[in-house]
Design a protein around this ligand. Structure first.
Ligand code: G1P
Length: 290
């Protein structure tokens, strides 16, 4: 089945990155030289997504500007003959009208953010992509779309015991082909003694329209927020729910450590930075700083 739309919840306050995020969205923080949100949009575009729905909040207008023309900049680069740089400035532009923005007026949780996009989604399955989860290598949402036929599908990965309380955790059923697992239950950020497994939900989902009906109930869950996990969990038994175990490197860019790791790893893979960064890291290591 073709999935044409993706929701990008980008309304979060980004308090873990203060003071950097006081007047700038956390999604605009760069990994090497590209904002975190652009990695997510590029992943979606390569997966065949045609409509990009952002759930924003106050203070996030630089995200809208980023995915638009910057005439002054483009004209300047054109006049100076800087063709390659101009290409970089224009590569995030998509077909006019393919980006839509809706505001989440209160920080009431991920489920609430997704629900805010309901009128733009309509009656079809939609991808949900959390830009904080930067997944490198092959395209996770594309792989999920190619395995999807109906119901709900979530990206999953194994986490350590001490980390289960930071994630949605699944109760796994049968192991299926193509890295898929049946999901029998889901619980948002459980304590380790309540966790049904160590398999965590990562920020890639395909959800069916009935999830919006669940979200409509506005039930509050963990942290007194409307949780996407709870809405999907309430559909289990009525429609299929699958976990897709991806195999790529994933960085939690919502945390400082994950953000720094993403910057180092992606810099090492860049032709223009790799050699110098590696030799500096080796030197630091030999000097006992690493
Ligand atoms: C959200 C979801 C959680 C999921 C996580 C993945 O939590 O609520 O179920 O495991 O993303 O990154 P957040 O990290 O926004 O608190």
């Amino acid at each position: 089945m073709k999935i044409k739309k993706a929701i990008f919840p980008v309304g979060g306050l980004g308090t873990r990155f203060l003071p950097a995020t006081k007047s700038m969205p956390k999604e605009m923080l760069p990994v090497v030289d590209k904002p975190i949100i652009q990695y997510a949009v590029e992943e979606a575009a390569k997966a065949g997504i045609e409509q990009f729905i952002f759930v924003t909040s106050r203070g996030k207008s630089s995200i809208e500007n980023h995915f638009d023309h910057s005439f002054e900049l483009e004209n300047n680069l054109l006049l100076k003959g800087k063709k390659e740089t101009l290409k970089t400035a224009q590569e995030m532009l998509k077909i006019p009208g393919s980006f839509a923005y809706v505001r989440q007026q209160e920080p009431a949780g991920l489920g609430h953010a997704v629900w805010c996009a309901r009128h733009l989604v309509g009656n079809e399955p939609v991808a949900v992509i959390l830009a904080d989860d930067l997944i490198k290598g092959s395209n996770t949402i594309k792989e999920m779309i190619s395995n999807y036929s109906s119901g709900n599908m979530l990206a999953i990965m194994d986490v350590n015991n001490q980390d289960v309380s930071s994630y949605g955790i699944i109760s796994p059923g049968k192991t299926l082909e193509n890295n898929m697992t049946e999901i029998l239950g889901l619980i948002e950020k459980p304590s380790i003694d309540k966790a049904p497994s160590n398999m965590a939900v990562v920020g890639r989902y395909i959800i069916e329209p009935s999830v919006f009906k669940e979200l409509e109930k506005q039930n509050r869950g963990t942290s007194n927020e409307i949780q996407l996990t709870d809405a999907i969990a309430n559909r289990i038994g009525k429609s299929q729910c699958y976990g897709y175990k991806f195999t790529n490197d994933r960085f939690d860019c919502g945390s400082k450590l994950g953000f720094i790791q993403a910057n180092i790893k992606l810099s090492i893979e860049r032709d223009d930075l790799s050699e110098k960064l590696k030799s500096w890291l080796k030197e630091e290591f030999l000097n006992g700083y690493v």
